[in-house]
Design a protein around this ligand. Sequence first.
Ligand code: MG
Length: 307
Amino acid sequence: MFGALDGTGFEVIDPEFEGCLIGHARVERLWTGARWSEGPAWFAAGRYLLWSDIPNNRILRWDETDGSVSVFRQPSNNANGNTVDRQGRLVTCEHLSRRVTRTEHDGTITVIADRFEGKRFNSPNDVVVASDGSVWFTDPSYGILMDYEGERAESEIGACHVFRVAPDGTVAIAASDYVKPNGLAFSPDEQFLYVADTGASHLKGGPRHIRRHRVAPNGALSGGEVFAECTAGLFDGFRVDREGRVWTSAADGVHCHAPDGRLIGKVLIPEFVANVCFGGAKLNRLFICGTTSLYAVYLTVNGVSPV
Ligand code: MG
């Protein structure tokens, strides 16, 4: 056994959260040395996790078999969010090249989308693939506001939307009423799409919440009510477990919200958290991207696939 890492721990707000925790399990720091960790994605067949170190222009790879970390891709076009599609392929948001790509099984890269109605995207941030093969991503302006995690440029679209790429490649606006749409994930049955808005980062009093939309079979969204307000910093990326709880990034760690939106507990991390994903063969280990470091903790709950 090992002791608790400084600054880590659990905050139980509702007894329901205790049921998510393993009594003796502790948060581990698996690696450190990044500038801004984002976009974790678990590759079950290879037993590895990929994640982005955006300012360092690289995607890193943590290997479950020996705990080693190597550089998977550099330059990465300042890659941000990553996910895995239903065929096990990597799907990546790239700030610098302002596009969403898929890495094929043979290693070649296919552009899924790089513009809407002839205009380049701002800087795709986070992405999820639905079971029908549609690719949903957010397009805030963080990658074009300055040169730190992309390249300064004007917005061609002039707004920050949520986009859906249909299985036939058609790109459409899925939601246009966001300030800075960011993380996104489906409920386990895909009846709901959750989307974070980090508008407060550049707009005083702006949104710092996750909204919930109902998803029609044709991909149309309705509803969009606020699901949860962030009580520490901003919600960036997040994932949903099999019972529909939302495990989301925040300034003080990972916040866990019940399916009805209640904040039931926190996994405390001593750095800003930008994103999380479930991994391991049983998807019962939560991987946490915390600024300079990759953390992980085993839970009693399981993530949904794709991750
Ligand atoms: Mg993000």
